[in-house]
Design a protein around this ligand. Structure first.
Ligand code: MRU
Length: 349
């Protein structure tokens, strides 16, 4: 399995995704500050992977602390929670993971735990989230594989694969499961300007698994759809509002509109930690604006004239009416999403 991130005795080891596909190198983080930098610089990225990374960063905070009790550690733990929460605004998995780690710590604090108990418990919780993430991806794969054609071409946008999770992937997990079930799937991977997650990461990880993959520039999907060369679309998500609106990598909305125009099913695969019932609609989802340099430069080389205006929103929102189904680890959600999401959320309580 692709080692996106891993808890080790020395710290958390991250596969450096900024250097893929040409170099497979690793960075070791031993403090929450280092994990925060690793998230903001996109060494690790993808909503579920960001969430688990933050949880592991909080476990590292305990490991690195010289405090002797939960009470003594509390202020610095809260500072680490805030630092990690400020890294990227759109993927709700980040806040979900930090809240879960906050709740665990609150229990330790109220029971007057020793620092040794805090270290052990926070590490266990972060590692449990890692295992749960892989299990959720496999479950999404089982539910989603049936939706894909027995033989055909599936378009995906960005990277919602093993590299965006703790392993296996959400959208790419569905494709992997379909291939494991004997389906003959050819993947078309949008290159995903400007950070090229599709061209660099999706292509790299699918090729590692021997799944036939073709990279296309983002402006080519429309023409391929019109020619009948794409049978389904599967993407991931960074946040799904209570009404089923989906925030995902910039460009996803355009793909969804095109899919509807051409009668192609548009599926979103995401764990429940990506569903945010507290956000009523896509309008309220915060969209990260990233550095202009990602657009003006490539590989250190300037592409645009000095001083030109640059727009670089990292995500867009696809209204729920374009989404054929949401594939979760608990099963498929269909419209009306306000109802299916509310039902799914209450079934789990
Ligand atoms: O900016 P990124 O690379 O973190 O964006 C990633 C995406 O948009 C993914 O599609 C999303 O996080 C789902 S990952 C399973």
């Amino acid at each position: 399995m692709i080692p996106t991130l891993e808890w080790t005795q020395e710290g958390v080891r991250f596969l450096d995704q900024t250097r893929l596909p040409l170099e497979e190198t690793y960075l070791l983080a031993t403090t929450p500050d280092e994990v925060a930098t690793i998230i903001t610089t996109m060494v690790v990225r993808g909503a579920p992977a960001i969430g688990v990374s933050a949880a592991m960063g909080l476990a590292l905070a305990a490991k690195a602390s010289a405090a002797t009790s939960a009470a003594e550690f509390a202020d610095s733990y809260e500072a680490s929670c805030r630092l990690l929460a400020a890294t990227r605004p759109t993927a709700v998995n980040l806040f979900w993971a930090i809240d879960r780690m906050r709740r665990v710590f609150a229990g330790l604090l109220s029971s007057g735990s020793s620092m040794e108990a805090v270290r052990t418990r926070l590490e266990a919780e972060a590692r449990a989230m890692y295992d749960e993430d892989i299990a959720a991806c496999r479950s999404m794969g089982r539910f989603g594989a049936d939706l894909l054609p027995d033989e055909g071409t599936v378009l995906t946008h960005c990277n919602a694969g093993a590299l965006a999770t703790c392993g296996y992937g959400t959208a790419l997990g569905v494709i992997r499961a379909a291939v494991e079930a004997g389906k003959k799937i050819h993947v078309f991977a949008d290159e995903t300007r400007p950070f090229l997650q599709g061209a660099r990461l999706t292509a790299w990880e699918l090729m590692a698994d021997g799944i036939p993959t073709t990279v296309l520039c983002d402006n080519m999907a429309a023409s391929l759809m019109r020619q009948g060369r794409i049978q389904a679309v599967v993407v991931g998500a960074d946040r799904i509002a209570a009404n089923g609106d989906v925030a995902n990598k910039i460009g996803t909305y355009g793909v969804a509109v095109l899919a509807k125009e051409h009668g192609i099913p548009f599926y979103v695969a995401a764990p429940w930690s990506t569903i945010d019932p507290a956000t009523a609609t896509g309008e309220a989802i915060p969209i990260e604006e990233r550095s202009a340099v990602e657009v003006t430069h490539h590989g250190g080389r300037q592409l645009t004239p000095h001083g030109v205006g640059i727009c670089n929103p990292a995500f867009d929102v696809t209204p729920a009416r374009y989404v054929t189904a949401i594939i979760t680890e608990r099963g498929l959600l269909r419209a009306p999403y306000l109802e299916s999401i509310a039902q799914g959320a209450s079934a789990a309580q």
